[in-house]
Design a protein around this ligand. Structure first.
Ligand code: MTE
Length: 415
């Protein structure tokens, strides 16, 4: 870890661990000198679950989380516990950060609303909760990099977070509706996009800036888009954007800006790096050497996707009846899920365990018969219009490794 990274890490940690006894904090800080990447999904690797235990405990996270980077902290939940509860417990909720968690006292928090509005606003957290109705909404948050590791198996873990199927979690969010705040500000007719800016400090290209992005005004006016202050009945944890984050259900996680400080109504999408460069998909022939950043598709709504959570990759199973289980997700509720035990030649329909709530993942399961031998389990989901996922990763390959929604394949050994 470089000096700067180490300082940033300790600064973030100090904020997150304010409530920890000093002795504990000292032990956690000692861990910050190590940097290592471990895997919970995909190609089997040696992992030492104890290695990150103290850091994870200090952050209020489950000790089985896969730590991809310690600073900024990026970690995903083990898949079996993730699949065990429809609402992901906060300790298992995946964390995706581009910079350390900012230290700003909630009492000093101020949200600016400006740009193409009739009345620019400056709102404290108290203003937000006093002037606008509080609502609760269940929604799944998914990073555009979910399943990146299957798309970029040989990538350097230092250049991108090589997520398995673990960059996804489902929560019960509380907050106020963005549209209520926009109405109070009075949106001008020429506004087309709502840009959001976080109060974290990302250092890139000699500049320091907050993570930002934008969504179309039409989406921002949807009743599902929240300024969230709570997660699963608790105050929104600092690691997840507390005290205030944008929550854009159905859109890639990058649009749900954490530590939200500013909302700007404008005619064009955000100029922020994370709207104009990162979180764009380029065609398969484009590489990091040939890329023209002005091109590419800015990512927004989820694409149809599904993953197997159990059995685990490389699992040894005993012959006979076995249960395969996982999740599926799309912008709209998925219509069906199928599994194959022979690499995708024959398919069997899985049971969807929920009614298909809007903005939420679906859990599915299927009992299959597996004779002794090696088998390739495969899953694919279908949407309401009769579309399914691409069969191979080659069809959707992009050098940034976004939106891997190819059929998921998993080898298992049956004895
Ligand atoms: N907002 C800010 N300010 N800084 C960030 O690094 N990461 C984004 C988004 N919002 C990020 C952010 C990305 S890429 C994702 S996937 C989600 O937050 C992750 O949210 P979580 O850490 O609560 O799971």
């Amino acid at each position: 870890m470089t000096q700067i990274n180490r300082r940033e890490f300790l600064r973030g940690l100090a904020w997150l661990t304010a409530a920890l006894p000093l002795r504990e904090l000292g032990r956690v800080r000692a861990l910050s000198s190590r940097k290592k990447h471990v895997w919970s999904d995909g190609p089997a690797r040696e992992t030492d679950l104890g290695e990150w235990a103290e850091l994870l405990r200090a952050l209020g996270k489950h000790e089985g989380m896969t730590v991809y980077q310690e600073s900024p902290f990026n970690a995903g939940p083990p898949l079996a516990p993730l699949r065990a509860a429809f609402e992901t417990p906060n300790e298992l909720f995946f964390a995706r950060n581009h910079a350390p968690v900012p230290e700003i006292a909630a009492a000093e928090w101020c949200l600016k609303v400006d740009g193409l509005v009739a009345r620019p606003l400056r709102l404290s957290l108290a203003d937000l909760s006093r002037d606008f109705p509080t609502v609760e909404l269940a929604a799944t948050l998914q990073c555009a990099g979910n399943r990146r590791r299957e798309m970029l198996p040989d990538a350097d873990p230092g250049s991108a977070v090589l997520w398995g199927s673990d960059a996804i979690s489902h929560g019960r969010w509380t907050g106020v509706r963005l549209r209520d705040v926009l109405r109070a500000a009075g949106v001008q007719e020429s506004a087309r996009f709502v840009a959001a800016l976080g109060r974290d400090e990302i250092q890139k290209g000699g500049r320091v800036f907050g993570m930002g992005g934008s969504i179309p005004l039409a989406k921002a006016l949807g009743e599902e888009v929240l300024l969230a202050t709570g997660l699963n009945g608790a105050p929104l944890p600092p690691l997840h954007g507390g005290p205030l984050r944008l929550l854009v259900p159905g859109y890639i996680g990058a649009r749900s800006i954490k530590w939200l400080g500013q909302i700007t109504l404008q005619e064009e999408p955000s100029e922020n790096h994370y709207q104009q460069r990162a979180y764009k998909v380029f065609p398969p022939e484009i590489t990091s050497e040939t890329v023209d950043w002005a091109q590419g598709e800015m990512l927004g709504p989820f694409r149809l996707n599904s993953a197997i959570c159990t059995p685990a990759p490389g699992a040894q199973l005993s012959a006979g009846r076995q249960r395969i289980a996982g999740y599926a997700i799309d912008y709209e509720p998925v219509a069906a899920v199928e599994v194959s035990v022979d690499g995708g030649r024959r398919w069997q329909e899985a049971t969807l365990l929920d009614e298909g709530q809007r903005w939420s993942w679906s859990f599915w399961e299927r009992e299959v018969r597996l004779p002794a031998g090696r088998h390739e389990l495969v899953v694919r989901a279908w949407d309401q219009a009769g579309n399914t996922q691409p069969a191979t990763v080659a069809e959707i390959w992009n050098f940034k490794g976004y939106f891997n929604n190819s059929w998921q394949r998993r080898l298992v050994e049956v004895v």
